[in-house]
Design a protein around this ligand. Structure first.
Ligand code: FAD
Length: 401
């Protein structure tokens, strides 16, 4: 069956999965992505290095035929490993056994796997194409700036889907012609990423006797690999997710202002003193703390609310472009993958009824997106205000969804 053409803006996690699912269903899919092809020049991330993938997200990857490839890249996390201030650790399992787990996966490798899948399914990818403007007339005229050679090109589409992330240019263009009811609520806390390298790269002086023995046996992970590590400290915390090659990406979540905050530890030396006081067992394993602190930006965390996600049958927003959330359930990508599955199914049922499909998509997905946005915020407040076992039981229950 001859299905209509669909244009996507953004080949991030959600855009690339949606492109795959639509191309597999016979749509002629064109994808315009601002960044260069990550398979050619390496992945230019800018957001979290790795992510927690849960069943909700895995479902979409399964439909795209990516289970095997993704599982090769992922590290299983069976629970939260809580690091108490006195150095004690405690594993809080997500489920009764290892049938209820989540997975840590590299954002870059997952994105590349998805781009490969989209191309293999027949989607046409255009890299280095930054959407600059969209004009809504009888058709949608999109203007792209070529980031490689500085040229400008236009592309005319009947329907365009914006998967261009929290700062979506398509959303700005839609909002300019018919306001979407946009509200962006900053969290007031930011994040910074640091690294625990694989065991072989750590100096012997940094290691406990167990770690030294593991290093001597040729093991790669400095701390338990099959867990999401958390150092809860009341109004701030660190987490660490394992990477397949043996390192961990550590993320410090901290207020932007007040004491303590990113403002009170502006210099790497102050960051070391802060870690020595609050996260001393982690500090021993982060040899490049000062360099990481100086090199990595403070990430911004906000929640995006929109009253409307679509402009008739001409444009629709999905993923973070429609509902960016704070990351305290690790569910933003998982929720975006659910968007991709729902939209691909709806379009496959009614390929020429874009306006009705976009409206139905928003009707079905918006309550889910609103719910996870609220839960992610609540979870952070819980963790910030008190740290006791009740919080972790709550987090454990919610993480599994
Ligand atoms: P993005 O991943 O932002 O992709 C957007 C794409 O559009 C990019 O490729 C970008 O280059 C492209 N683009 C942008 N502008 C333009 C333009 N003008 N023209 C063309 N292309 C453009 N989620 C989880 O599920 N689990 C987690 O553990 C998790 N951890 C997180 C940790 C942190 C610190 C943060 C910040 C987020 C986390 N998230 C997590 C959320 C997750 O990162 C997002 O929900 C997810 O990346 C959304 O995917 P997306 O494709 O909608 O947007």
């Amino acid at each position: 069956m001859n299905r209509p053409a669909i244009t996507l803006v953004g080949a991030g996690l959600v855009g690339a999965l949606l492109a795959t699912l639509l191309a597999q269903r016979g749509f002629a899919v064109e994808v315009f992505e601002r960044r260069p092809d990550p398979r050619r020049v390496g992945y230019a991330g800018g957001r979290s290095i790795n992510l927690a993938l849960a069943e909700r997200g895995l479902h979409g990857l399964r439909l795209a035929g990516l289970t095997e490839r993704v599982m090769e890249l992922a590290v299983m996390m069976r629970g939260r490993m809580v690091h108490h201030p006195d150095g004690r650790t405690e594993l809080l399992r997500y489920g009764r056994d290892d049938s209820e787990v989540i997975w840590s996966i590299s954002r870059g490798r997952l994105n590349i796997a998805l781009i490969d899948a989209a191309e293999a399914a027949g989607a046409r990818m255009h890299f280095d194409q930054r959407l600059e403007a969209a004009h809504f007339g009888d058709a949608v005229t999109l203007t792209f700036h070529d980031e490689a050679d500085g040229s400008t090109r236009t592309h005319v589409a009947t329907s365009v889907v914006g998967a261009d992330g929290a700062g979506s240019a398509l959303r700005a263009a839609m909002n300019a012609v018919a306001p979407l009811g946009e509200r962006i609520e900053p969290l007031g806390h930011g994040y910074k990423e640091l690294e625990i390298p694989p065991l072989p790269a750590l100096p012997a002086s940094a290691l406990s006797s167990e770690q030294a023995a593991a290093q001597a046996r040729g093991e790669r992970f400095a701390i338990e690999p099959n867990a999401l590590h958390i150092w809860p400290r009341g109004s701030y915390m660190c987490i660490a997710l394992p990477n397949a090659e043996g390192s961990f990406t550590v993320t410090l979540f901290l207020a932007n202002e007040g004491d303590p905050s990113f403002a009170t530890i502006p210099a790497p030396a102050a960051a070391r003193a802060f870690f020595a006081r609050e996260f001393h067992d982690a500090l021993a394993l982060i040899p490049d703390l000062e360099a990481d602190f100086a090199a990595n930006p403070i990430g911004v965390l906000s929640t995006l609310y929109l009253d409307r996600w679509h402009h008739g049958g001409q444009a629709l927003l999905v993923g973070d472009a429609a509902h960016a959330i704070v990351p305290f359930h690790g569910q933003g990508m998982n929720c975006g993958f659910e968007d991709a599955v729902e939209l691909a199914d709806l379009l496959a049922e009614r390929p020429t009824a874009c306006e009705a499909v976009f409206a139905e998509f928003a009707r079905r997905r918006k309550p889910n997106a609103d719910a996870i946005a609220a839960m992610a915020l609540e979870n952070y407040v819980e963790m910030r205000d008190r740290v006791d076992d009740a919080d972790f039981l709550l987090m454990r229950a919610l993480d599994r969804q």
